[in-house]
Design a protein around this ligand. Structure first.
Ligand code: GDP
Ligand code: IMO
Ligand code: MG
Length: 422
């Protein structure tokens, strides 16, 4: 039995926190796509942890954590993550397994990312510059290096050929990028050695057997549906399928084995990087969301753009993913707003529409809002759903009615314990 947990917006919905909360119900947590562009934050016992590649179930004793074939791994960042876990005495050697088919991010992939962004000027994607795009390009172009290659003696030959090709490509971009490849490669090799201390597996086979044994598996997504390479706000997206189908290809899970699809969204919307964002606020309300929600990227530290909840986009994400239950995060951040606005339609080239059109740039789309009463109550100490203020209950009921999916969790703070089940 496999459940999926996915972000429904532009990422940073709070996936890390909820995976950590739910891990006790599962035997296996498996990441299925993305790479160190992700930053998944979890908090417990007063300590905040940020994971980039490693699944968010790693802090629990019993769960096995798998980095699936759909993930791209940068050994340098991976080693840093392992070193951090080591500080907390987490026994990652026995419970962290890596798919042989996961692709490797080379130092030159990162440089290519930087060169590509620099060459785009104002039209840049706002990439996290972790080499994600170039690595997936090599994967689909059938040139990539995979974790399994590291088990063969000739991996450095393969590495050299690919890195040399990348260097020529960097020159092609004709932009100023300063780097010392020898240093980057030395760091890469240290990372590879750290990675090789872990167990490499044929993860699809492992997951197949686990299912046959009746194990419960939670597939952890990265990014969000609106950053999906096919269904997101292209080209301002990431380079993987962040939606439910990505779990099938990123882990080898058959579609008919997926049971629950848990969709996570913030009570408002954020986006980091470039690209259209119809409900973005440039006023005091947006600044308040950013300040109270501490909206800074967990990977890059960049301020996140903030705005009201976009139900048109959320409904689209619910449909694409077949979401069976919803989790609303950061409800606490909206406490104190007199009025809460929800975008329920777009004015698209003069016509009122309720689906996501091909282009949602602000020159075409103006959000149409429904206004609701806000609440003043501080939610951060609440533990039970019957303590939620009536105006928040109205907000939740309105969203459930619009989306036709129940909201099962309301999150009221970053800590594991600040989680209300309904
Ligand atoms: P992810 O990428 O989806 O795992 O989300 P991030 O970790 O990038 O961003 C979510 C941020 O919100 C983190 O700093 C979390 O600690 C924090 N967070 C999660 N849930 C809540 C919540 O309910 N309330 C508040 N105030 N913060 C939250
Ligand atoms: P988590 O898993 C938010 C954004 C970047 C940029 C675009 C492409 O923490 O939710 P990339 O580095 O993939 O080439 O960047 O996607 N982006 C994210 N935004 N959360 C993430 O991950 C993101 N991963 C990538 O800001 O706009
Ligand atoms: Mg994040």
């Amino acid at each position: 039995m496999v459940d999926l947990l996915l972000g429904l917006q532009w990422g940073d919905e709070g996936k890390g926190k909820i995976v950590d909360v739910l891990t006790k119900e599962y035997d296996i947590i498996a990441r299925f796509q993305g790479g160190p562009n992700a930053g998944h934050t979890l908090e417990f016992d007063g300590i905040k942890h940020v994971l980039h590649t490693i699944p968010s179930g790693i802090f629990h004793k019993n769960a096995i954590n798998i980095v699936g074939n759909g993930v791209v791994i940068d050994p340098v960042i991976f080693k840093k993550e392992l070193d951090n876990l080591g500080k907390f005495n987490i026994d990652f050697v026995s419970k962290l397994l890596i798919s042989r088919k996961a692709h490797l991010i080379l130092p030159t992939h990162r440089l290519l990312d930087a060169a590509s962004e620099a060459s785009k000027g104002k039209a840049k994607i706002g990439s996290t510059l972790k080499g994600i795009g170039p690595t997936y390009m090599d994967k689909t172009g059938r040139n990539g290096m995979r974790v399994g290659d590291l088990e063969f003696d000739d991996w450095k030959t393969k590495y050299r050929a690919l890195a040399d090709k990348h260097e020529a490509m960097i020159d092609f971009y004709d932009v100023e990028i300063e780097y010392n490849l020898a240093e980057l490669e030395a760091e890469f090799c240290v990372g590879v050695e750290a990675l090789k201390k872990l167990t490499f597996i044929d993860s699809e086979e492992y997951i197949f057997k686990a299912q046959a044994e009746g194990k419960k598996i939670l597939a952890e997504g990265a990014q969000g549906s609106l950053l999906d390479i096919d269904f997101g706000t292209y080209p301002y997206v990431t380079s993987s399928n962040t939606t439910a189908a990505g779990a099938c290809t990123g882990l080898g899970v058959a579609p008919n084995k997926i049971e629950r699809v848990l969709g996570i969204f913030k009570a408002y919307t954020t986006r980091v990087g470039s690209g259209p964002f119809p409900t973005e606020l440039f006023d005091e309300d947006g600044a308040t969301m950013g300040r109270v929600g501490n909206e800074f990227g967990a990977t890059t530290g960049r301020p996140r753009r903030c705005g009201w909840l976009d139900l048109v986009a959320l409904k689209y994400a619910v449909q694409i993913n077949g979401v069976t239950e919803l989790m609303m995060m950061k409800a606490d951040v909206l406490s104190g707003f007199k009025t809460i606005k929800v975008c329920t339609a777009y004015d698209y080239k003069g016509e009122k529409i309720q689906h996501l059109p091909y282009n949602i740039e602000s020159e075409y789309v103006t959000p149409v809002y429904t206004e609701m009463k806000g609440w003043a109550k501080d939610l951060t100490k609440l533990t039970k759903s019957d303590e939620l203020p009536p105006a928040l209950n109205d907000y939740i009921s309105f969203l459930e009615e619009q989306l036709q999916v129940p909201i099962k969790i309301v999150s009221v703070g970053p800590d594991r314990l600040q989680t209300i089940h309904r």
